[in-house]
Design a protein around this ligand. Structure first.
Ligand SMILES: Nc1ncnc2c1ncn2[C@@H]1O[C@H](COP(=O)(O)OP(=O)(O)O)[C@@H](O)[C@H]1O
Ligand SMILES: [Mg+2]
Length: 148
């Protein structure tokens, strides 16, 4: 299913709406080239989960964790762009974190094709009109929550 996002505010708003549905144990993957709007969507999500101020991009830290009272639920904002390889992925402890946290993962392809099959998979592409096209891969665990 695809959604047209006319401007950056629409991307952030989609992230805000996602916040009403995300819960610990969920993985949301954000795929798209540099500048596609992945961090914008994550910022909207984090803001709607209560985060004061603008979330930093996690590109250097790889994992940027948030927890109550800063956000309503524990959530890890992850950017795998600079991941050195699958071995480093294990060191991040993301699967353990899923026991009590939600994960929002930019550049999930860096984790290999078999990572997080149950994730809500969101892909952002540039549209000719300057906006973005969001395509969602909705797994069984999200069907009752979709469309958001
Ligand atoms: N739907 C949209 N239409 C136009 N510009 C957008 C849209 N969504 C985000 N942007 C803009 O695209 C730029 C890159 O966004 P960003 O979230 O940093 O991308 P990424 O994390 O995928 O590299 C930002 O200037 C942002 O405001
Ligand atoms: Mg980004």
């Amino acid at each position: 299913m695809t959604i047209h996002l006319a401007d950056a505010a629409a991307t952030e708003d989609f992230g805000r709406r996602l916040a009403a549905h995300i819960r610990p144990g969920d993985v949301v993957t954000l795929t798209g080239t540099l500048g596609a709007g992945k961090t914008s969507l994550a910022r909207g999500l984090l803001a709607a989960l209560g985060l004061p101020g603008e979330a930093p991009s996690p590109s250097f830290a790889i994992v940027q964790p948030y927890a109550p009272p800063e956000t309503h639920i524990p959530i890890l904002h992850v950017d795998l762009y600079r991941l050195d390889g699958p071995e480093q992925l294990d060191e991040l402890g993301l699967d353990e974190a899923l026991w009590d946290s939600a994960l929002v993962v930019e550049w999930p392809d860096r984790a290999g094709p078999d990572a997080w099959p149950q994730a809500l998979g969101l892909t952002l592409e540039m549209d000719d009109d300057g906006g973005r096209i969001l395509t969602a891969r909705v797994p069984s665990g999200w069907e009752a929550r979709w469309p958001i």
